[in-house]
Write a protein that binds this ligand. Structure first.
Ligand SMILES: CC(C)(COP(=O)(O)OP(=O)(O)OC[C@H]1O[C@@H](n2cnc3c(N)ncnc32)[C@H](O)[C@@H]1OP(=O)(O)O)[C@@H](O)C(=O)NCCC(=O)NCCS
Length: 193
């Protein structure tokens, strides 16, 4: 296959996934995530389970993510002590559950991972956009961005580099397990503690 032409971030548009879009050639290297986009994303949308957005360049899907409502329950969820302390610090002490938005899935086409053939890091661009949107929009209460990250070094370091912290102390050795991680949107408006 020929090398893709480098693209500029100004040429990329963000759209909600719909059935006119061709997702057949999207390949992030993980078949489960390719398959979700091809087979499940629109059905999940119809069932109100999550909403998928795509980054398009000249009609080609170069990245996607889906989001859904979430909640962190400090009484139920397995949360490591330092995270529990952080969640319940000072002014937050009276809350036992925290409204959140979950990044259900996020993937960048292999051709464009690590800012290859593109002038921006697409993964970073998506996460920064979500942080900004949910920290500023204020249409509903939303304190954290969460993700159940795939249990591999690359994915975990991607989310850590983007400010997420693991909610559990010790990751499982099983690569099939996911690692719950969170980002505090309140840090975007200064320290409110
Ligand atoms: C994980 C994933 C979404 C990251 O997307 P991405 O656009 O490649 O991410 P970034 O470009 O922000 O980061 C990737 C690399 O760029 C580097 N990088 C990030 N920001 C940088 C910056 N400002 N300057 C220099 N390098 C930077 C990182 O160190 C990283 O290097 P590495 O791959 O050698 O570790 C993407 O690799 C992917 O789709 N993977 C398969 C699916 C997946 O694992 N999804 C997560 C499911 S939870």
């Amino acid at each position: 296959m020929s090398e893709p032409t480098p693209i500029k971030s100004s040429e990329i548009i963000l759209r909600k996934l719909d059935d006119t879009m061709d997702v057949s050639s999207f390949d992030c290297g993980i078949e489960e995530l390719n398959g979700f986009l091809r087979e499940n994303a629109l059905e999940d949308f119809r069932r109100r389970m999550n909403v998928t957005y795509v980054l398009l360049h000249a009609k080609r899907v170069i990245a996607y993510y889906c989001i859904l409502a979430d909640r962190i329950d400090t009484k139920v969820d397995p949360i490591r002590r330092s995270v529990r302390d952080r969640l319940k610090r000072k002014s937050d002490y009276r809350y036992t559950s925290f409204p959140s938005i979950k990044i259900g899935r996020l993937a960048v086409d292999k051709d464009f991972q690590s800012a290859n053939h593109c002038d921006v890091h697409l993964g970073q661009l998506i996460v920064s956009g979500l942080k900004f949107q949910y920290a500023t929009e204020r249409q509903f209460g939303c304190r954290y961005l969460t993700v159940d990250a795939m249990n591999n070094d690359r994915t975990i370091s991607f989310y850590k580099r983007n400010g997420f912290i693991p909610m559990i102390a010790k990751p499982s050795d099983n690569p099939e397990d996911t690692i719950p991680m969170l980002f505090d949107l309140a840090t975007m408006q200064g320290n409110i503690a």
